[in-house]
Design a protein around this ligand. Structure first.
Ligand code: IMP
Ligand code: MG
Length: 181
């Protein structure tokens, strides 16, 4: 078994590069069919989605625009606790546009819900969600996850954009936390 160390934890291989790439090609084909003629704006969420976005967009063949945004955590003035995630870096008018959020992973859904609400306020035609990974067992929201390349169990993953304490994003395969019995 291939084991790697990221910072202070051990991980084992979970999803090899070839499987990731095949799932992305299949996802792009679905998007090409569904959104033909829409000229969607793909909004890729940094940092986690950088690798997925790069590979996905090679296989999206319909006319489209691609832009990158970030979510900044800050403590809102009215909130005593809890971080609010504020969308930053959007410099395109999205009114009446088909917007596709490109994310690395949807876990509880808190992030995607916050992001979707902020985008809806700008009156787009529609907002869709494309994510490399989806953890259905952890998901607590009702926003439809339109395009998920792979469904994964509720375990901690690293690689292919996903980080453990900002490390491991550069790995070309996806690894899972290894808990020896
Ligand atoms: P959510 O808001 O709970 O859906 O999760 C949002 C963020 O948590 C993701 O964008 C990731 O940055 C991070 N995250 C969730 N699960 C994992 C994981 O297994 N590995 C690394 N990061 C994760
Ligand atoms: Mg992260």
């Amino acid at each position: 078994m291939e084991l790697i160390t990221v910072k202070d934890k051990t991980f084992r291989i979970s999803i090899p590069e070839a499987e990731i790439q095949a799932s992305i090609k299949a996802l792009a084909a679905k998007i090409n069919t569904d959104l033909e003629g829409e000229v969607p704006l793909f909004l890729c969420v940094l940092n986690g989605s950088f690798m997925f976005a790069g590979d996905l967009m090679k296989y999206v063949s319909i006319d489209c625009e691609i832009s990158f945004v970030k979510l900044a955590s800050y403590h809102g003035g009215m909130e005593s606790s809890g971080a609010v995630k504020q969308l930053i870096g959007l410099n395109t008018d999205i009114s009446n546009r088909t917007v596709v959020i490109v994310e690395d992973i949807v876990d509880t859904g808190n992030t995607i819900e916050a992001l979707t609400q902020q985008l809806q306020a700008l009156k787009p035609k529609q907002v869709r969600v494309a994510t490399l990974l989806f953890k259905p067992e952890a998901y607590q929201k009702s926003i439809p996850i339109d395009y998920a390349a792979l469904e994964v169990p509720n375990l901690f993953l690293v690689g292919y954009g996903l980080d453990y304490d900002e490390l491991g994003r550069n790995l070309k395969d996806i690894y899972v936390l290894h808990q020896p019995e």
